[in-house]
Design a protein around this ligand. Structure first.
Ligand code: SAM
Length: 309
């Protein structure tokens, strides 16, 4: 698909370039905030799986830049934003970048060091593995990434804090919901308008972090496994009997973002240039600087060149 054609079919792709976002995902976080007000009072935030950086841009524009331009803010008062990804990403004002793996236990320590021993008010995670198209497999790998995010959360999120994580809807959604409910009294699955209906992605919005009494992060996996077992914890029993028949749990699921706004599943005509000339598609704001597919692109280019020569 050419750039202009994609501009027509994907209004959020076009708007992202017009508004200077590195990826259309920026709108998802903005629409989640419209509904849940997630940035209120946030001073320390962690962006897990951040590259190419559109969520970090949102954090910078919503939290860091307004505080920086406010006359009252002193250097030490500015919000701290830490972004982590396996891939490197181009710098963003007010964002501390860490190249690392969120499944590695050390990553939490690195974050805490950047926060001078303090904990975060908000953790966001838009992580995604390389999607295979096999839904069960993709959902499983995605749930492992969320659990890695949750592991980090149990080390770095302050009590009362929020966690936003991308999920893939599937047969284990209820189990994931129950696992998150162990730590957050309020969990809502949200579908921002900018996320296509055809996509199985949604976002878990988890509010008011309250780990179980006496919780030790080292016991996390044992606790999560228990939730899915028939002898699961009595206070939140997600064993199969609880998920079926008259006892079935209904998961709060919410569409968010201005419902009269742009629909990500519709095509929109391209605007006319002011001088009547034809539409010029914009280049992406900041392509990934070292994507995992870089080598594949180089090989493809080299083979095309050798074919033509
Ligand atoms: N939120 C980003 C934005 O708005 O630009 C987009 C994130 S992209 C959909 C998913 C990212 O997850 C990729 O950059 C990938 O490198 C990262 N990722 C996947 N597994 C990871 C892991 N184990 N640790 C850190 N990052 C990971």
């Amino acid at each position: 698909m050419g750039k202009a054609s994609r501009d027509k079919r994907d209004i959020y792709y076009r708007k992202a370039k017009e508004e200077g976002w590195r990826a259309r995902s920026a709108f998802k976080l903005l629409q989640i905030d419209e509904e849940f007000n997630i940035f209120e009072g946030v001073k320390r935030v962690v962006d897990l799986c951040a590259a190419p950086g559109s969520w970090s841009q949102v954090l910078s524009r919503q939290l860091y830049l307004p505080a920086k331009s406010s006359a009252e803010s002193k250097e030490g008062d500015l919000p701290l934003i830490v972004a982590i990804d396996l891939q490197p990403m181009a710098p963003i004002e007010g964002v501390i970048q860490v190249q690392g793996d969120i499944t590695n236990a050390r990553t939490a320590e690195v974050v805490i060091r950047h926060f001078d021993g303090c904990k975060a008010d908000l953790v966001v995670c838009d992580g995604a593995p390389d999607v295979t198209g096999l839904h069960d497999m993709d959902e499983f790998v995605q749930s492992q990434l969320i659990l890695a995010g949750l592991t980090i959360v149990t080390h770095i999120l302050k009590e009362g804090g929020k966690f936003i994580a991308k999920i893939f809807r599937g047969k284990d959604t209820s189990l994931l919901y129950c696992q998150l409910k162990l730590f957050f009294p309020t969990v809502t699955f949200a579908k921002p308008k900018s996320s296509r209906n055809s996509s199985i992605e949604a976002f878990a919005v988890c509010e008011n972090y309250s780990p179980p009494e006496g919780f030790n992060p080292r016991d996390l996996h044992r606790l999560l496994e228990k939730v899915g077992s028939p002898s699961g914890g009595s206070d939140l029993d997600c064993s199969s009997g609880w998920l079926e028949g008259p006892n079935k749990v209904y998961i709060p699921f919410l569409a968010c973002g201005d419902l009269t706004g742009y629909d990500s599943d519709r095509s929109y005509p391209l605007p006319k240039e002011a001088d009547g000339s034809s539409y010029q598609s914009l280049d992406p704001i900041q392509p990934p600087i070292a994507p995992p597919y870089k080598r594949a692109l180089e090989l493809k280019k080299a083979s095309a060149q050798s074919f033509n020569s």
